[in-house]
Design a protein around this ligand. Structure first.
Ligand code: 4AD
Ligand code: MG
Length: 464
């Protein structure tokens, strides 16, 4: 029987020594002297590497010439307690096979420190670095934890469309989807583009949010969530924005704003807790390498209740703050990230949930407060991140919703299907959207959102 491959993770945790093992992975380094060579291998299963020891009597230099940085190898040998320090076990190699050689000099991932900016240009190879291996494993764990949380809490996962005809956020930052010729589109009699001839017979775009369709499902299944790709053509060259990102949007029938906040807080704390419990090695590495306060911050978020206050109260705090802001604060204006970060990092020193924003700066679907000036919005603000969640209680009253749509020039003819939920068995409901990459950014302590998604899309960049 042929020997089954073990992962590095399995071998490092193994108590079962002095047996024959087979490991396959990529060489991180090879060093040694004329008696013995040490081959360090990583296979992605863990941030850690395993060391294979190749005695020169069995492996003349010639046989190892292709075993250089970046090469893919298969190593067979005996798993033994390590003689050296730094690792518990190592492999006494009996056979080293090069599966794929790599020209060590041309290999773009050299030992000398490679900047995160440079790694973005070689994003096809960066998963092989410790940093991106850690980030990608944490990203996976968080995605898994999202599904686990909702499954455990009785939510159903709903797949909402990626191609839609509506603009859920009314912000007009959409990528158009069309099969019409870009140079010579068919024209209608009035000279405008004739979209009736387009693939779907109308204008379509990539979705900016699955919420509106998610609401339809919540009004039948009770508690649902979406988790899918989301697209925004905003020209934001910031460390917090992507043109393509993943959003998680729970929506719960019969929930009011308060319950929506409770859900958001419990959800975020559970996700961070899951990462702390299941990604300890990777988080420790990121803590040591990039951000010495990372683990402390993650534990703090898990252990402390979020601060809840209204937008109006926040504006009062910001107006009396000693700090000078670049953008002035006045009731009615949207808060900038400098304001959000002041509240979270300086004033309260903990996550903040801001509620009841002026209706003018929020989307049409949010439930109007009794004063007629504010809506039942809620934004969750996190240290180092700013807004991580945006959500609200939804306007369940057909008449009020139609009035808001008219005021905000949201065309009702495209959204009759949405209004039907308010016509037939309407009920209070609430939900929110969590930007998945902002969560990964927070949990990994990385500083740029382009470094927490394998292949980032941002203005002037769609490489790979
Ligand atoms: O606040 P937003 O725009 O809310 C919505 O889309 C609602 N439909 C959500 C809902 O109520 N179901 O976006 C939600 C979150 C933000 O808080 C942020 O974390 C993230 O999505 N987000 C982005 N993340 C990365 N890049 C961008 N360009 C983002 N825009 C929003
Ligand atoms: Mg928002």
């Amino acid at each position: 029987m042929s020997l089954k491959r073990s992962t590095v993770k399995e071998l490092l945790a193994s108590q079962d020594l002095d047996r024959e093992v087979l490991v396959k992975g990529w060489v991180r380094s090879r060093r040694g002297n004329k008696y013995v060579q040490f081959i360090i291998v990583n296979d992605g299963s863990t941030i850690h590497t395993i060391q294979a020891v190749a005695a020169a009597e069995n492996f003349p230099e010639e046989t190892l010439k292709d075993v250089g940085n970046g090469a893919a190898v298969a190593i067979r040998g005996t798993l033994v307690a390590s003689q050296g320090k730094g690792q518990a076990v190592e492999i006494q190699a009996t056979e080293v096979t090069v599966l794929g050689a790599a020209d060590a000099e041309a290999y773009p991932l050299q030992k000398k420190a490679t900047s995160l900016e440079h790694l973005r240009d070689i994003a096809h190879l960066r998963p092989r670095t410790n940093t991106f291996g850690a980030v990608l494993r944490v990203r996976h764990a968080l995605a898994f934890a999202v599904h686990q949380y909702f499954n455990d809490h009785g939510f159903y996962y709903v797949h909402t469309p990626i191609i839609t005809g509506s603009d859920a956020e009314g912000a007009g930052q959409m990528f158009r989807v069309t099969t019409l010729s870009a140079d010579k589109p068919p024209l209608a009699d009035d000279g405008s583009v004739d979209y009736t001839q387009d693939f779907f017979g109308k204008q379509t775009n990539l979705t900016v949010s699955g919420q509106l369709e998610g609401e339809l499902a919540a009004m039948a299944l009770g508690s649902i969530y979406t988790f899918g790709p989301t697209f925004r053509a905003e020209n934001s060259n910031t460390a917090r924005h992507l043109a393509e990102f993943w959003m998680i949007e729970p929506e719960v029938a019969f929930n009011e704003l308060e319950e929506n906040m409770d859900l958001a807080e419990d959800f975020l704390q559970s996700l961070v807790k899951y990462a702390l419990a299941n990604c300890a090695d990777d988080l420790q590495f990121l803590n040591d390498q990039y951000d010495k306060e990372l683990l402390g911050r993650l534990n703090f978020v898990v252990d402390n209740a979020f601060q809840r206050l209204t937008y109006t109260e926040a504006v009062e705090i910001l107006k009396s703050a000693k700090q000078k802001f670049e953008f002035p604060v006045d009731w009615g204006t949207d808060l900038q990230s400098e304001h959000e970060r002041y509240l979270v990092e300086k004033h309260f020193k903990k996550p903040v949930i801001l509620t009841n924003y002026p209706k003018e700066i929020k989307a049409f679907y949010m439930k109007l407060d009794d004063d007629g000036r504010t809506v039942q919005a809620m934004d969750v603000l996190f240290p180092g991140i700013g807004e991580i969640i945006g959500g609200s209680a939804r306007e369940a009253d057909l008449h009020k919703l139609e009035t808001r749509m008219a005021e905000m020039h949201v065309p009702t003819e495209d959204l009759e299907w949405y209004l039907d939920t308010r016509r037939f068995g309407s009920a209070p409901h609430a939900g929110f959207g969590l930007g998945f990459e902002r969560l990964v950014l927070f949990v990994t302590g990385m500083s740029n959102i382009r470094d927490v998604i394998p292949f980032p899309r941002y203005p002037k960049n769609a490489a790979f």
